[in-house]
Design a protein around this ligand. Structure first.
Ligand SMILES: [Zn+2]
Length: 272
């Protein structure tokens, strides 16, 4: 698939390095087009939404201001759960023996993106489950989901960030909050359809979890992660991504042995 080769070139070569070829000109154009790059990451701050039982993000001041020597110096410590804010789920999160955060091949974190838009279906139903029919409708319009694709589920939920009440369905925290969670997710039958019929690299969603808020068995997590397919959760700005023709670069903090990690995820849309 030519566009994939093109993006690989784009990622491997510095601007100006390949001006002699047509591909090189396209790469140069990409680096000169700010509109081609989309930040799909929510900021990590005191408002960042974490699972109700998880340790939230914290930034502790180590130094901030002018030192006795007369120069300015700032530094912080940060802490928080792996699974909060925009983050990666490594397959080992729900599947013993599968990839930890540092073991996930880059080919699952960088690739062509397809966006499955269920914004309308989810608007009136916070318990919406992305269904096999949604994938079939996408494919009827755009053709089969290609091998190696990063599948992004766009529910419209990121517009609610950082209002925890409307994003999670509750402002309660702790164990008693878990049964009160309401947000869309991926239906287990649809997760099964993806692993049985398509060879996707990863699955991302603009809600707190691949499984919907009312799930108590996390079946879609288990189905995907058993196949070493990682998840991206709390993804931002999916409305800025085209349904096809874009690419994703999703680079988590490389926590050795981790079950997930904070994630900087961006979209790239050549031609913008
Ligand atoms: Zn997670």
């Amino acid at each position: 698939m030519a566009p994939i080769r093109f993006l690989r070139l784009a990622l491997l070569m510095a601007p100006g390095a390949v001006a002699c070829s047509a591909g090189g000109e396209r790469v140069e154009h990409l680096f000169q087009s700010p509109d081609a790059w989309i930040d799909l990451t929510h900021p990590f701050n005191g408002e960042a939404i974490y699972w109700p039982t998880a340790e939230p993000f914290e930034l502790e001041t180590v130094a901030e201001g002018v030192t006795e020597g007369g120069w300015y110096y700032t530094a912080y410590n940060f802490s928080g759960a792996e699974h909060g804010g925009t983050h990666l789920d490594a397959p080992i999160h729900f599947s013993e023996g599968k990839n930890t955060t540092d073991e996930i091949p880059l080919s699952r974190l960088i690739g062509p993106a397809v966006v499955i838009d269920v914004t309308i279906q989810a608007a009136g139903n916070p318990d919406y489950l992305v269904a096999v029919e949604d994938f079939e409708a996408f494919e009827a319009a755009h053709g089969p989901i290609p091998a190696g694709a990063i599948v992004l589920l766009r529910t419209g939920w990121s517009q609610r960030w950082p209002d925890a009440g409307s994003y999670l369905g509750t402002t309660v925290r702790g164990e008693e909050a878990v049964p009160l969670l309401h947000f869309p997710g991926l239906a287990p039958e649809a997760a099964r359809w993806l692993v049985q019929h398509r060879a996707v690299a990863a699955v991302g969603i603009d809600t707190p979890s691949i499984d919907y808020g009312q799930s108590s068995t996390f079946e879609s997590h288990r189905i995907l992660y058993a196949e070493n397919i990682p998840g991206f959760e709390n993804v931002a700005n999916l409305e800025a991504m085209p349904e096809t023709g874009g690419y994703v670069i999703a680079l988590p903090m490389k926590i050795e042995g981790g079950s997930g990690a904070p994630l900087r995820i961006i979209g790239v849309v050549p031609g913008r």
